[in-house]
Design a protein around this ligand. Sequence first.
Ligand SMILES: [Zn+2]
Length: 405
Amino acid sequence: MKRREFLRRSMAFPLLGLRAQNRPQVVAGQPEFDLLLTGARVIDPSQSLDRNTDVAISGGRVAVIESGVAPQRAKRHLDLRGCLVTPGLIDLHVHGFRGVSQAGVDLDTYCIGRGVTTAVDAGTSGADSFAGFRRQVIAPSTTRVLAFLNISRIGLISSLGELVDRRMIDREAALQCCLEHADAIVGIKVRCSSFYSGPNDLEAVRTARSVGEAIGKPLMVHVGWPHTPAEQLFEELRPGDIVTHAFRGAGEGGVIGADGRVSEHVRRAAKRGVLFDLGHGSGSFSFAAVEAALKQDFPPSSISSDIHSASVLGPAFDMLTTMSKLLMLGMPLASVIERSTSLPAHAIQRGHTLGSLAPGRPADASVLQLVSGKFFLTDSKRESRVASEKLVAVLALRDGKVHAE
Ligand SMILES: [Zn+2]
């Protein structure tokens, strides 16, 4: 169902009486909660929670999760029968900086506008442009935006290859930038592919690792037809480092080798604690590879869309479409949610604040529906399949504030 059609049909849905019924209740005394969400199925893998219950929010934080909270106890009440409430979705791999980077898209349109509360930019900017990224993307966005800094000084300003000229690999510039923007930078990004890095991928990974060690944060390494064999690149990675685009076609440098099996060097790296992220994008989600990996008990450690200017109009579209593809391939809903909330939160060392609706946490939440129908979903190999269910966004909350108002 197209989004517009979904919204039109939703007009008949009880949820859509929201505006009228959500005026603050007039009761004696001061209501103890700012907002109360009732009637939804709450799925929070960080708390092993999956049941119909109520979520109360106060001061921008989750106050309580319990059933039967009286609406009068809150200034505002949203009746969410028929919906799912999850911790705010985290998309671990996106590209903002629209108009400055050829890859950049408007993050509020494709993230919080589509149910994602935290977007992690995957190296769109490097040390030479990060101050601008902060001013133009992080500061004004309604979406919570964090970032991996590109080890290339120029980041993804142009599509011509940010590491082809090895002068762009600058440890000191990257380190200074990370120290200056420590609150926003969650790690270092490197793209390893002959086209983007020429013969310099190994030097870039080693330099990025040196910066990562100095700041105590992970690397995110893009693999896809690298100059240096993936096996050798993975040996450079530390526990907690992330390989993205890991579920590309067999034999393309991801987890599935040319023989259709999860490669031994991948299993060795995973055993050491290296993470393998999906990173859909335009070229990096093969249904066959994910199916093979699931059969061999090697699911993606996180699900991410890699939305950029050449993937938001398909095949990736957005995070929820990407998540729906995992559902279609047989991953249980709770597992899909976990790989889109608590696991990516831990991957960026924010597991103590994000990815959970535990009381006391910032009240970032995604309100979704799992709708039934016939949905054509396409992977990066342009293979289409028909799904019978799809996740769609209803609304999103950041710090307890409802987006779309
Ligand atoms: Zn990307």
